[in-house]
Design a protein. Structure first.
Length: 166
């Protein structure tokens, strides 16, 4: 059991210790600063990422608040537009109703005037017909009365006396 790997000699241990020390020295001198620099960069990158994430979270919260405000304003505008549309619709209906009432009143008034005109025209025609009939009847009566000369002279005399008295 004299295996040099299991039981190293004093010289081997010495050179191994020196080799290990040189390795540690090289690593400490050249490797460790690069490792620390690399870790520092990574730490800074992680910190920047965390800051960026926090900033993004804050911006998202601000955007959410802004979006909620825009949504609230849009809802208010929507409600306002609907309310205005309802009022305008009612005004249009009322205006149309008023116009229709005015038009129907005008038509009724025109019809009344037309009826009165036709009534007056019919009464005038009736009076003319009555007057014509009365004249025709009077002519026939006078012809019958004046057919006899004595009666005609007496009637003329009577009418003249009435005219002088009146």
């Amino acid at each position: 059991m004299n295996n040099p790997l299991i039981n190293p000699g004093l010289g081997t241990a010495f050179w191994m210790l020196i080799s290990f020390g040189i390795l540690v020295f090289i690593l400490v001198k050249f490797g460790w600063p690069m490792l620390l620099k690399s870790l520092k960069k990574r730490e800074e990158a992680i910190a920047e990422s965390l800051n960026a994430a926090a900033k993004a979270r804050e911006e998202m919260a601000g955007l959410v608040a802004h979006n909620e405000e825009l949504l609230r304003k849009a809802k208010l505008e929507h409600d306002d537009i609907l309310r205005k549309a309802a009022v305008e619709g009612e005004q249009l209906i009322e205006h149309a109703r008023t116009k229709a009432k005015e038009e129907s009143d005008r038509i009724v008034e025109s019809a009344k005037e037309s009826i009165n005109y036709e009534k007056l025209k019919a009464m005038h025609e009736l009076k003319n017909q009555i007057a014509n009939l009365s004249i025709e009847i009077a002519e026939k009566l006078l012809e019958a009365e004046l057919a006899d000369r004595e009666k005609a002279d007496a009637l003329i005399e009577h009418e003249l006396q009435q005219a002088h008295l009146g």
